[in-house]
Design a binder for this molecule. Structure first.
Ligand code: ADE
Length: 393
C-alpha cells in the first residue's frame, strides 16, 4: 500500500552533518509562537563557514507538546534535509537532536530580518507606491523612479553584483535598488498612495496555525513598498515553489504569513512539512474552530482532503490576492465555512484586489480553476512574472 506523506517523511534519513552543538547556540527573543511551538531568534557560533557567528531562527516544540508535535517537527526537519538549498526557501542551517527524548529538539534556519510579508505589508501599507499605469494598466517602474528620486538617494547596482538576490530580488526595477534599512517613507505623505486601514484583525477568522503568528521584527520604521516589489515577491515565491515541487514536496499551507522577507528584497518560503500532519484525519474536523487555513485551501482539499502541487497553486493564487490587496484577509466579510465552499463550488471567486491589474487578476483566476490540472504550473507562473518584470528566466 502507498505510504502517506508523513510515513514517507518518517523514512527520510536525517543527515548527521546537520547536528549542531547546543553549547554554541544562544537563544534570544521570541519571533513567533503557535499552539505547539515557538520560533526564537538566536546566535549560532560557527554555523556558517563565512562568519564567526550568525543570527538564526530556532524552531522548537513547547514543553507541553505531545509526541505527535515532536514527530511533526522531526518530519519537517527531514523534509528540509531532503530539500537541499534554494534562495527562495528558508534553508536549514543545523539541528539539535541529541536529547530528543527529553523534548529538546531545535531546528535552526536562516533568519529573515523583516519577518513575514503579511505583517510587513500591514506595517507599511501607508507607504505603498502603486505603479499601475492609468493609461494602459501596465506596471510602470518609472512611476517609482520618478517619485522616489525626489526623496531618496538611489544606488545603481553594479552589473557584477554578487548578491544572488539582486536578480531574483528586484528584476525590472531598471537597475535601481535602495537600501531598506535607510529607506523611510514617513517624510513625504504626498508621494505615497494612501491606503485605507481595513478590518484586518488577528481575530478568529484570521487563522494562525501552529508555528507562526505575531512575528516581531527589529525594525519598526516604515518602508516603501511598490507594485514592482509585489511582483518580484510573487516571482520569487513561484520560483521557490517550483523548486519544492521539483523535489516532490508539497507545502500545504502556502500563505503570506509563511513567506519571509530578507535583505536585498529576497523572499523565502517557510513552514513546509508541518502543516500537513495537522490536516490529517480527525484533526481536519477542527476546521470549525478556525484552526485551519480554510480560505487558502483549494476546492478539492476542502471537499476530499486532497493535497497536491495543484492545490499549492490554488493557495499561491490566494497569496497573490493577499499581496495585491496589501494583506487583507481573503474573502473579506465571509466566514470560512460550508457556505464559502458551496459558493466556490458554484463558481464564485474573489474580485480583483485593489492594487492588481487585469493581467495579474487573470493569473489569480487561473490558479483558482476548479479542475486542478488546468491550473498553471509554478514554472509557468515564474516565467510570466519574470516577463512582467522585463526579464528572461
Ligand atoms: N519567524 C519565523 N521564522 C523566522 C525566520 N526564519 N526569520 C525571521 N523571523 C521568523
Amino acid at each position: 500500500p502507498a505510504l502517506s506523506l508523513d510515513e514517507q517523511a518518517d523514512l527520510l534519513p536525517y543527515n548527521r552533518e546537520f547536528e549542531f552543538p547546543r553549547d554554541n547556540l544562544k537563544l534570544g527573543k521570541q519571533l513567533g509562537a503557535g499552539a505547539f511551538g515557538v520560533v526564537l531568534k538566536g546566535e549560532a557560533k560557527g554555523i556558517r563557514a563565512d562568519e564567526p557567528t550568525s543570527t538564526v531562527a530556532v524552531k522548537m516544540v513547547k514543553r507541553t507538546a505531545d509526541n505527535e508535535v515532536v514527530r511533526a517537527l522531526v518530519s519537517e526537519l527531514k523534509i528540509m534535509v531532503h530539500l537541499g538549498q534554494h534562495l527562495n526557501v528558508v534553508n536549514l542551517l543545523g539541528a539539535v537532536t541529541k536529547n530528543i527524548a527529553k523534548r529538546e529538539l531545535m531546528v535552526i534556519v536562516e533568519y529573515c530580518r523583516f519577518g513575514n510579508v503579511q505583517n510587513f505589508l500591514l506595517r507599511n501599507r501607508k507607504c505603498f507606491i502603486n505603479q499601475i499605469s492609468l493609461v494602459n494598466d501596465r506596471i510602470d517602474p518609472a512611476i517609482m523612479i520618478q517619485r522616489v528620486s525626489e526623496n531618496f538617494e538611489l544606488n545603481r547596482n553594479s552589473d557584477n553584483d554578487p548578491r544572488s538576490g539582486t536578480r531574483a530580488g528586484r528584476p525590472g526595477s531598471a537597475g535601481y535598488s535602495y537600501d531598506r534599512q535607510t529607506d523611510t517613507c514617513a517624510t513625504e505623505a504626498t508621494m505615497m498612495t494612501t491606503v485605507p486601514e481595513d478590518e484586518h484583525v488577528m481575530s478568529n477568522n484570521s487563522i494562525q496555525p501552529a508555528w507562526r503568528s505575531n512575528y516581531k521584527t527589529d525594525s519598526t520604521e516604515a518602508m516603501t513598498v511598490t507594485t514592482t516589489d509585489l511582483v518580484s515577491w510573487a516571482f520569487q515565491v513561484a520560483r521557490g515553489m517550483d523548486y519544492l515541487s521539483s523535489k516532490k514536496v508539497l507545502h500545504g499551507d502556502l500563505a503570506a504569513r509563511n513567506i519571509l522577507l530578507c535583505e536585498d528584497n529576497v523572499v523565502k518560503i517557510c513552514d513546509f512539512g508541518l502543516a500537513r500532519s495537522m490536516y490529517r484525519g480527525d484533526n481536519y474536523k477542527k476546521s470549525e474552530s478556525g484552526k485551519l487555513p480554510i480560505k487558502w485551501l483549494a476546492l478539492e482539499s476542502l471537499s476530499d482532503h486532497v493535497f497536491s502541487t495543484y492545490s499549492d497553486v490554488w493557495s499561491f493564487g490566494i497569496v497573490l490576492w493577499e499581496l495585491f490587496s496589501l494583506a487583507k484577509v481573503p474573502y473579506p466579510g465571509i466566514d470560512p465555512n460550508q457556505e464559502l465552499f458551496n459558493k466556490l463550488n458554484d463558481g464564485y471567486r474573489m474580485e480583483k484586489p485593489p492594487y492588481a491589474n487585469q493581467e495579474l487578476y487573470e493569473i489569480m483566476l487561473e490558479c483558482w480553476r476548479k479542475n486542478p490540472e488546468s491550473r498553471p504550473l509554478f514554472a509557468e507562473l515564474e516565467k510570466r512574472f519574470a516577463t512582467m518584470l522585463g526579464e528572461d528566466v
